[in-house]
Design a protein around this ligand. Structure first.
Ligand code: 5GP
Length: 193
């Protein structure tokens, strides 16, 4: 078992509706040591990939993305979320259904922060149905930039996101992949990688 799987088993709390809370090291309080290890492991897995920008989505992706940006020494951009559709003249905009909040969000990035020359590594805390990642991919493509890969801390393998992205040909790396999660027993089984 790797460091993240061990940490999830120790501190993760399974909520009803297939939601895993890891508030004490990523989603509320941030454990810098774990974030550093997540970022280093993602950089190692994408070692053969050229990256000049990290893109994530607010809020919980920002910690991992910042640490990764530090390791690559490249800028980190976080897409913002909002429910109202403002003018799209100055921003790239897409939409993502939020698995945790059960609502549709507009996701946007101001145009100056993504350039056609950018080689973008997309990063997030969780990959579930792939809605957030697909919105970020859409935004990168609107900018004429290139998606070099998608790196997440936790992939919920029972949900369809990882399958969709890999079938679309994207290089996806997940440090922990949950195969099964049981609310009553508070048990988690990880996919061996
Ligand atoms: P997706 O867009 O892939 O369906 O879901 C990923 C997004 O929803 C992530 O940005 C993450 O913040 C949130 N998310 C999805 N599932 C979980 C979960 O089980 N726990 C937490 N904490 N966030 C989740």
């Amino acid at each position: 078992m790797n460091f993240l799987e061990q940490k999830i088993l120790k501190d993760g709390v399974i909520k009803q509706g297939n939601v895993l809370k890891i508030d004490n090291f990523l989603n509320h309080q941030i454990d810098i040591n774990i974030i550093r290890q997540i970022a280093s492991e993602l950089k190692r897995r994408f070692h053969d990939v050229e990256v000049n920008k990290i893109l994530t989505i607010e809020a919980s992706g920002i910690a991992i993305a910042t640490m990764l940006g530090h390791l690559y020494d490249v800028p980190v951009v976080f897409a913002k979320k909002g429910q109202t559709a403002n003018s799209t003249d100055d921003k790239y905009m897409s939409q993502a259904y939020s698995f945790t909040h059960k609502r549709m969000n507009n996701v946007f990035v101001s145009k100056p922060y993504l350039q056609p020359t950018d080689k973008v590594l997309i990063v997030d805390d969780f990959l579930a149905d792939g809605q957030a990642a697909l919105a970020l991919i859409d935004i990168v493509h609107q900018a004429g930039a290139k998606v070099m890969g998608i790196g997440v801390a936790v992939e919920k393998g029972q949900q369809k996101g990882g399958r969709i992205l890999r079938n679309d040909g994207f290089h996806v790396e997940s440090i922990a992949i949950i195969e099964e999660m049981n609310y009553e027993e508070q048990s988690i089984r990880f996919l061996e990688q």
